[in-house]
Design a binder for this molecule. Structure first.
Ligand code: HAX
Length: 425
């Protein structure tokens, strides 16, 4: 058994006992109320979920297990995975043990390559990536344990096992989707001496003479790992998982939500928007030209991608971290410079639109420009990178939900007519 499972086995029982007592004693207390505008407004702000891996205060941004993101941007993604699950950062021995476990589980079944090879050449990389996860469902350790009659208190154990299995394989799958979909040549064998993110960078096959692309992958995979429980991908996954569907079903389901332009696909849309400005004006756009283009985008009924957020009301600290990386490694890159100019201009435009609650950049506003700099110019691939990282949070949340014994998710819906009657009184 790995040290991660050992730690969780030791620490979870006391926590579960505490939660049981807490909910038993306080179950009747009101923690949120719902207005009709929220019912018809995506349940924004309604407190009705529990997520112990991370939280997103509107004025601070992502906090993982009590630690603000800006304090841990130098950590490896696998360290963050340990943190998400346990509440502590791993020591050197624990990290090494987790890396050993991931290496041992990294072999991808051959049929995954066959399925990807059989998909139409113009398939979206996200459709390829999510199909690869789903097709591995036959490997599910939870489904097997459930069929064998495992007790509810032990559900989390096989969920952790299969989470490790799938997380270990995602870099190779993601890298193959890139190489296959964009004709980059044969699959590159993994290098097991590297950490999870650096190995991914290696298998992508992007030229990286000074090692800074691997550094960017580490940062990318760390920054996108989790964003509390109510975002589309995490919430969709949690709902699927609550029906006791296994990780292969719930992770691919949640990541299908990430593939939407209002969620993870915004990183693809955002760079496209920036490149469009260059094409339209024939040169790196000036602030005045960008302002004009932003107004034109709004007038055409489209959103300005990479700006705004359902929860945040400040510049996303994940955007700040990417900006810092860009300033250090590519300050003169023209696309990166445009990203900075967009940041100077767009909030001022969006602030003038009354209905927009958050005019500030989110995580997707700058990441694409950094990838572009290293020659990864295939926009439609960017959400796959996001997905590999987000799997860390989604899997952690699933393991914890199973450990807490949370029931099937089933909020109540009502017809419009009933709401009309309800508010009459
Ligand atoms: N450009 C234009 N209009 C915007 C906008 C933007 N960047 N941000 C919000 N609005 C609009 C909304 O579309 C909405 O308009 P309608 O009422 O006409 O539908 C109105 O302003 C109110 O929206 P809000 O309350 O401020 O924001 P929401 O919580 O409804 O939506 C979104 C949050 C992130 C979906 C929204 O800000 C948006 O569409 N942004 C652009 C797309 C984007 O960057 N998405 C990625 C978000 C981060 C993420 O999840 N990454 O994965």
């Amino acid at each position: 058994m790995g040290l991660l499972k050992e730690k969780l086995e030791k620490e979870l029982p006391a926590l579960i006992k505490e939660i049981r007592e807490f909910t038993k004693e306080n179950g009747h207390k009101v923690v949120s109320e719902v207005k009709l505008s929220q019912v018809y407004g995506g349940l924004r702000g309604v407190k009705g979920l529990v997520c112990d891996t991370s939280e997103v205060p509107p004025d601070k941004g992502l906090i993982i297990r009590g630690i603000e993101l800006k304090e841990i941007t130098d950590k490896l993604p696998e360290e963050i995975f340990w943190l998400l699950l346990t509440g502590d950062l791993p020591n050197a021995t624990e990290l090494k043990d987790l890396q050993r476990e991931l290496n041992e589980r990294a072999d991808v079944p051959t049929y995954v390559w066959d399925v990807l090879d059989a998909m139409p050449a113009d398939s979206h990389p996200m459709a390829m990536f999510n199909t690869a996860i789903l097709v591995m469902q036959r490997e599910s350790k939870f489904a097997k344990a459930y069929a064998d009659g495992v007790q509810k208190v032990d559900y989390w154990k096989s969920t952790l096992e299969e989470s490790l299995d799938v997380i270990a394989k995602l870099p190779a799958i993601g890298a193959y989707v890139y190489r296959k979909r964009f004709d980059k040549g044969d699959r590159i064998a993994p290098d097991t001496t590297l950490d999870w993110g650096a190995n991914y960078a290696h298998m992508l096959g992007i030229e990286d003479k000074d090692g800074t692309f691997a550094e960017l992958m580490q940062l990318y995979l760390t920054l996108h790992c989790d964003h509390e429980g109510g975002n589309v991908s995490a919430y969709s996954s949690a709902t699927i998982s609550s029906a006791l569907s296994d990780i292969y079903y719930s992770l691919s389901g949640g990541l299908n939500g990430l593939a939407g332009p209002l969620h993870g696909l915004a990183n693809q849309e955002c760079l496209k928007w920036i490149i469009e400005t260059e094409e339209k004006f024939g040169h790196a756009p000036t602030p005045a030209e960008l302002e004009k283009f932003a107004w034109e985008t709004l007038a055409s009924g489209k959103v300005v991608p990479g700006y705004g957020h359902a929860v945040l009301r400040i510049t996303d600290p994940r955007y700040d971290a990417f900006l810092k990386f860009g300033k250090k490694h590519m300050p003169e890159d023209p696309i990166f410079k445009t990203v900075s100019t967009v940041f100077d201009v767009v909030p001022g435009v969006l602030r003038q639109v009354k209905k927009i609650k958050d005019p500030w950049p989110n995580v997707d506003a700058g990441s694409g420009a950094l990838l572009y700099h290293y020659g990864m110019k295939e926009f439609s691939y960017y959400t796959v990178l996001f997905s590999i990282s987000r799997a860390l949070g989604i899997c952690s949340q699933s393991v914890i939900a199973r450990a807490y014994g949370l029931p099937i998710i089933r909020p109540k819906s009502m017809p419009t007519k009933k709401y009309m009657e309800m508010v009459k009184d």
